[in-house]
Design a protein around this ligand. Structure first.
Ligand SMILES: *Cc1c(COP(=O)(O)O)cnc(C)c1O
Length: 433
C-alpha cells in the first residue's frame, strides 16, 4: 500500500497524515486510499487486455467481466466509483442488491449469488432487471422460472470437487460444500438441463469459486480446463465462464499477494490457448474479486487507551475498538501488520505486545505478539493495515459498540463516505413502552 512516514514522522496516505484524519474524524476510523483502488482495478483490466490480446477498440464487455464481490465492503460512494470504472457487481442478499440499486449501480451489471435466495429476493431482483442469477439449487431454478415475466439470464454454479481437493491451500470449492452443483453423479448436468428446459430461463454459462487467499491462479486454470472439458463432453454450450474471486493480498510481510496484472494475463492467455488447442469456442471470461480490489487499500486507526504490564509476559495495549470492527483475528486467527501513526524515535526498542480490543472477550484480539516501540504511550494511535475487506462489512454492535466511520483519501483530499454510528441508531428497534 501507499503508506509512508512523512518528514514529520507521521504515517501518511496520499498527501495526508493519518493522525490529522484521526484528529478530524475521531477513532476508530477506516481510511481508504481511492487511488490505490483505482490502480488495482486498472491492473485487472490491463491483465485481461494483455492476456486476451485485445485491441484498443475491443469492447471489454464482449470478452471479460470483472465483478466486484460487494460483500467485501460496499457503500454508496465506492459502488458509484466501481460503476464508473466499468465493473460488474456481485450481490448475495436483498440488502446488498437494495444498496447497489439505491447507489445507482446499473442493474444489468449486477449478478445475484447465494445458495438460498428467497422468493422475495428473486422477485425484487427480477423487478430490478438484474444482469443474471447464478443458480445454486434446484429449488431456485424453479423459483426463478415461476416468478419471471420475461426471459432471464442464468448461470449455474458448479462445485468442481475433486479437482481442487489436491491443492491443500484451497479451503472451499471442495466436494463437501454447501455451494454449487457437484460435477459428480450428474447433478450439475441435471441442473443445466433443467435451466435449459425452463421456458423463461436463458442458460448463459458456468461459474465456480474456489476459496480465498489464492496466491497462484494455476489452480483456477486447471479448474477452468476441467470445467471446459467436462462441458464439451456433455455438449453444454458455455458462452460465459466465471472463475470466482479469492485472489490473495498481503496482510503481513510474509504473505504473498497475487501479482494482479501478470497473473490475470497469464490466466486469461492460457485459457485462450487451451480453447484454441482443443477447438473450443472461447467463452467470455469472468472473475469476481472482493478482497483483492479493496482489502489492501485501507487501514483502521485506533487510539491506545491503556497499556497494562503483566510481569513475565508481553504487555497489553488496549485500543478503542475491537472484535466489533475487527473480527477476522478472533474468528480465524488472521494476522495483520500494526504500525504506530507516529514513527518511533530511532533509539526506541521494539518489543512484542498484545494489541487487544475493549470488548468483554479474551478472544478480542487485534494482534498477538506484535512488535511495537517501547516508547508507545496512552493517547498514541495505531494503524492496522489491510483492513479494507471483510472489516466494516463484518462489523457488529456487540457490547453495543458503534460502527466506525469510513473515509476515502485521494491525494490531498478526504471525504467522509460512511458516518460513525450513533447509539440511538443502534437502539432504534428497541421497544421502550
Ligand atoms: C466471497 C466471494 C467472492 C470474493 O472472494 P474474495 O476472496 O473476496 O476475492 C467471489 N465470488 C463468490 C461466489 C464469493 O462467495
Amino acid at each position: 500500500m501507499s503508506l509512508y512516514y512523512n518528514d514529520d514522522q507521521k504515517l501518511s496516505m496520499g498527501q495526508l497524515s493519518l493522525d490529522s484524519l484521526a484528529d478530524h474524524y475521531q477513532t476508530p476510523l477506516i481510511v481508504y486510499d481511492q487511488e490505490e483502488i483505482e490502480a488495482t482495478i486498472h491492473k485487472y483490466q490491463e491483465g485481461f487486455r494483455q492476456g486476451l490480446d485485445l485491441s484498443d477498440q475491443a469492447k471489454a464487455d464482449d470478452f471479460y467481466s470483472i465483478s466486484y464481490a460487494s460483500k467485501a465492503f460496499s457503500n454508496v460512494y465506492l459502488l458509484r466509483l466501481m460503476a464508473d470504472w466499468g465493473l460488474d457487481l456481485d450481490v448475495v442478499s436483498y440488502g446488498e442488491l437494495y444498496l447497489a440499486l439505491k447507489a445507482g449501480f446499473p442493474a444489468d451489471r449486477i449478478h445475484f449469488h447465494g445458495n438460498n435466495k428467497s422468493l422475495e429476493e428473486i422477485k425484487f431482483a427480477l423487478q430490478a432487471g438484474i444482469g443474471h442469477f447464478v443458480a445454486d439449487s434446484f429449488e431456485e431454478i424453479d423459483r426463478i422460472n415461476d416468478l419471471a415475466q420475461d426471459e432471464v439470464d442464468v448461470m449455474v454454479r458448479l462445485n468442481p470437487g475433486i479437482a481442487v481437493q489436491t491443492h491443500a491451500y484451497i479451503q472451499t470449492g471442495q466436494e463437501d460444500s454447501k455451494f454449487g452443483f457437484s460435477l459428480r453423479e450428474g447433478l450439475a448436468k441435471q441442473a443445466i438441463d433443467k435451466v435449459i428446459a425452463c421456458p423463461k430461463l436463458n442458460f448463459i454459462g458456468l461459474h465456480f469459486h474456489l476459496g480465498s487467499q489464492v496466491q497462484d491462479p494455476s489452480v483456477m486454470l486447471e479448474t477452468a480446463q476441467l470445467v471446459l472439458d467436462w462441458a464439451h463432453d456433455q455438449e453444454i454450450p458455455v458462452q460465459f465462464l466465471n472463475m470466482g474471486g479469492g485472489f490473495s493480498i498481503q496482510y503481513q510481510e510474509e504473505d504473498v499477494a497475487f501479482d494482479v496484472q501478470p497473473g490475470i494475463a497469464k490466466l486469461a492467455g492460457a485459457i485462450m490457448d487451451y480453447c484454441q488447442e482443443k477447438d473450443y469456442q472461447l467463452p467470455k471470461l469472468g472473475i469476481e474479486p472482493g478482497r483483492s480490489l479493496v482489502g489492501h487499500t485501507a487501514v483502521t486507526l485506533y487510539e491506545v487507551g491503556t497499556i497494562k504490564q503483566v510481569p513475565g509476559y508481553p504487555s497489553y495495549v488496549s485500543i478503542d475498538g475491537g472484535m466489533s470492527d475487527h473480527i477476522r483475528t478472533a474468528l480465524y486467527g488472521a494476522e495483520y501488520t500494526i504500525l504506530p501513526t507516529t514513527k518511533a524515535p530511532s533509539n526506541s526498542s521494539w518489543k512484542p505486545k498484545q494489541v487487544v480490543g475493549k470488548l468483554c472477550e479474551s478472544g478480542d484480539i487485534i494482534g498477538k505478539n506484535k512488535p511495537l516501540p517501547q516508547s508507545l504511550q496512552v493517547g498514541d494511535r495505531l494503524a492496522v493495515l489491510a483492513t479494507g475487506a471483510y472489516h466494516y462489512s463484518m462489523s457488529s454492535n456487540y457490547n453495543l459498540m458503534l460502527k466506525p466511520a469510513v473515509v476515502f483519501v485521494k491525494g490531498k483530499d478526504h471525504k467522509l463516505v460512511t458516518k460513525r454510528q450513533d447509539i440511538d441508531q443502534v437502539l432504534q428497534n428497541e421497544v421502550f413502552d
